[in-house]
Ligand binder design. Sequence first.
Ligand code: ZN
Length: 166
Amino acid sequence: MVKGTQVAKSAPVTEDDVYRVLSLVSDPEMPGVSVVDLGMVDAVSVTPDGIQVTLIPTFVGCPALEIMREDAFRRLVAALSDRATAIRVVFTSRTGWTSDRIRPACHAALRSRGIAPPPPPDALPHCPWCGSSDVVAESLFGPAACRSIYYCRACRNPFEGLKRLS
Ligand SMILES: [Zn+2]
């Protein structure tokens, strides 16, 4: 055996490895809500040539998108570059993102941050604090392009709601 050679070769990268890393990539404005939760992962390809992750842009023009792409790239390099030759993270325009891609399990995480998940078509969201449907839209232009501000008449709290995109 040549000195310095590893006895056990590290296992090849799997799609699960890639998803595990992607589950750590959060929307900078919604910490803990990952690109996987948001349904932004279109495809993960693992070949002898390397890893390619294809993401679906949510709200076009959202400044968080590029931050998330770079975060995904850096985390994949940090976690898997010793086992993969090339790593690419790209956006696609082939698949359109809709609100329905958000994982239902993610809705509770959004509510716990005071953010209402996108409501059904032509409906207002329920208050993330108390669950009431007695809400009014305060402003269609929230702090981010993807969010609106509402006011709950039941518990008298303002809250943010993700806009519906279908
Ligand atoms: Zn309320």
